[in-house]
Design a protein around this ligand. Structure first.
Ligand code: F6R
Length: 615
């Protein structure tokens, strides 16, 4: 949720903290702050808004201290303000924190009753007061940190620095991710790898219940809180794969949309292999074992990942005959689902691998003895580490808050899973084609995505027509239904226009009441002979109520949908099972261009964060 970074070394910490915070800004950007342990007196600078503001504010200070911490915030306790921005402090201690302290109210009351004065509304401040109180009671730093951890409930991580720079920087991982990174001049610790500068050559993901003491001479000691002793861990060489930066693109989101053909090409080349003269879908042996043994697949995810899950259900059930259930993770974990360890495989979809509800579902399944498989983008993330098997999305780092290329990778992989599980005869019966033919067509999709990207002018024209509207409806049937949900989510999250997605068949059961003159309705039309005529009648139903009808369909059926549409986009023809991969692109571009026309910060939509590590 929030981004945290710390550095202890022989170089000035400040430039690294600022650069790292800029990279972490996608995790939260309500406010930001740094604390540098200058000899004599620590300096704290905080600002509301982006890290650019913080940089401006810091420019008047010359800070040379080699130990510092920084934070970019996504508010949970208290409004975005300088008082609530981190670092928070108490006595000689400074803290930055990610996650939630669930028993904060009780702790705060006790501390206030004991005379502690709170200057913020944050739960973070309780931690630093507790440690300071422990020190006043005679426990030395950093032991004082360890002593208060049993009092804290929740899933969190924090960094704590002491005003005396000869004291170590302390990092505590109690559920929110943290990584160490080492270089020739010191040690970094941050919520994710993107915050590390190029100088970092080796990294180490911390484990839950690790407490690390980092010294400015580059030494660090990891204490396992569960084992109560030092944990020996091996640093791994940092892969520089996926270099960051927007390059010539105006926004990360646009860059990430444009990267999709290349990303898909790489993904398919890895997963579709020619063996013994035949094309087949291959995953790791653990993932293949897990998939092949499942008699029922349970998919869970949140937001965009949930939408990918619905498409996964449609494809896997139709092609393989294996029953699939799909749930929003936050519902799954509390609705008391019936889990069967002998039949079920729980598949979690999560680009970040850190979404709190999705991880809770994963842990529930593990506790019930149900095997688990994670489809995840971030290698080394909690989902990757905790699931029995992983299929990596291999989309490269995604910085835009709105998921784009990771969604495409999820739906591509779920279609591959369906094809992996599909018996040959069933494939032929359903699709009228052999596996070889289908997989050869799949390998051509990146080219079709490239072609689709070049339809950008048509998309911008539609986006321009959305600037003044207050509601947009999206509808589709079959595999286009989850895409309608996703198209609506993309539009609402970055352009702040109210948008809803519906199954075409649901139109007359309610949503039609919203259609009046000028209301845009976006219809999606896969080249599916069974569904196109039904969608065209749904379109006509909205048209007769005055809808501004936008259709996005396969060029094969252009003559059916174009004449009834106010605006239309014809996409390259492909098998119906692949169409959502193609239509995802104009839906993402539509949201992107609409938000740009409206002048919004596309990469950092209000109130949202990239990684939702709290419930
Ligand atoms: C929307 C979006 C979110 C995420 C959701 C789950 O563009 O990005 O809806 O899809 O927060 O995140 P992950 O996939 O990281 O579990």
């Amino acid at each position: 949720m929030c981004g945290i970074i710390g550095y202890a070394g022989s170089s000035p910490a400040l430039p690294y903290l600022l650069k790292g915070l800029e990279q972490l800004e996608y995790r939260g950007y309500d406010s930001a702050g740094i604390a540098v342990m200058e000899k004599g007196e620590p300096r704290v600078v905080k600002s509301v808004g982006s890290t650019a503001r913080l940089r401006e504010k810091v420019s008047g200070h010359s800070l040379s201290g080699g130990l510092g911490i920084g934070h970019t915030r996504w508010a949970t306790h208290g409004v975005p303000s300088e008082a609530n921005a981190h670092p928070q402090s108490s006595g000689p201690l400074y803290i930055v924190h990610n996650g939630i302290i669930e028993n904060e109210r009780i702790l705060r009351s006790e501390l206030e009753a004991g005379g502690e004065v709170f200057l913020s509304e944050t739960d973070t401040e309780t931690i630093v007061h507790l440690v300071n109180r422990a020190m006043r009671q005679g426990i030395a730093f950093p032991e004082a940190v360890r002593s208060i951890l049993p009092l804290l409930e929740g899933s969190y991580s924090f960094l704590m620095a002491h005003a005396d720079p000869s004291e170590p920087l302390v990092a505590v991982h109690r559920g929110a991710p943290l990584l160490l990174g080492t270089c020739s001049h010191g040690v970094f610790v941050a919520s994710d790898m993107t915050a590390f500068p190029g100088d970092v050559h080796s990294t180490l993901p911390l484990e839950v219940d690790d407490m690390v003491m980092i010294r400015s001479d580059g030494r660090f000691e990891i204490l396992s809180l569960t084992q109560g002793k030092e944990r020996v861990a091996t640093l791994v060489s940092r892969s520089h794969h996926g270099v960051h930066g927007k390059g010539e693109y105006p926004h990360y989101m646009f860059k990430e949309i444009c990267e999709q053909p290349e990303m898909l090409d790489r993904l398919l080349a890895k997963r579709i292999r020619r063996e013994d003269g035949r094309l087949s879908v291959r995953f790791s042996s653990e993932a293949e074992r897990a998939l092949s043994s499942a008699r029922r697949i349970r998919i869970v995810g949140c937001g965009t990942s949930f939408h990918a899950g619905i498409l996964g259900k449609y494809r896997i059930e139709a092609l393989s005959g294996v029953p699939v259930e799909v749930d929003v993770a936050s519902e799954f974990r509390y609705r008391e689902p019936i889990l069967d360890p002998d039949a079920d495989l729980l598949v979690v979809l999560t680009q970040s691998g850190e979404t709190a509800d999705t991880l809770a579902a994963l842990r529930m399944a593990r506790e019930a003895g149900v095997p688990t498989l994670a489809l995840v983008n971030v290698e080394g993330s909690t989902a990757d580490r905790e699931a029995d098997a992983t299929i990596l999305l291999e989309a490269g780092p995604e910085f835009g808050v709105a998921a784009t290329k990771t969604f495409l990778s999820q739906i591509a992989l779920l279609t591959l899973v369906a094809l992996f599980l599909a018996p040959d005869d069933r494939l032929r019966e359903k699709e009228g084609r052999s596996r070889e033919e289908i997989l050869s067509d799949f390998l051509k999709l990146p080219m079709l995505l490239d072609k689709t990207l070049s339809l950008s002018t048509g998309v911008t024209a539609i986006a321009r027509s959305f600037i003044e509207v207050s509601t947009v409806l999206f509808m589709g049937r079959g595999g286009d239904f989850p895409l309608a949900l996703e198209g609506a989510l993309k539009l609402k999250e970055i352009s702040y226009i109210h948008a809803e997605g519906y199954a075409g068949g649901e139109l007359k059961h309610g949503p039609l009441a919203l259609v009046e003159k000028g209301v845009p309705v976006v219809s999606l039309l896969s080249p599916d002979e069974r569904l196109v005529p039904k969608m065209v009648s749904n379109m006509k139903e909205t048209l007769s109520r005055g809808a501004f009808l936008v259709s996005i369909g396969s060029e094969r059926f252009q003559e059916e949908f174009s004449p009834v549409s106010s605006m239309s986009l014809s996409l390259p023809d492909c098998l119906p099972m692949f169409f959502p991969l193609v239509s995802a692109v104009p839906l993402q571009l539509l949201a992107y261009h609409t938000a740009c026309f409206k002048g919004f910060d596309v990469d950092r939509p209000r109130n949202l964060a990239k990684s939702v590590t709290v419930e």
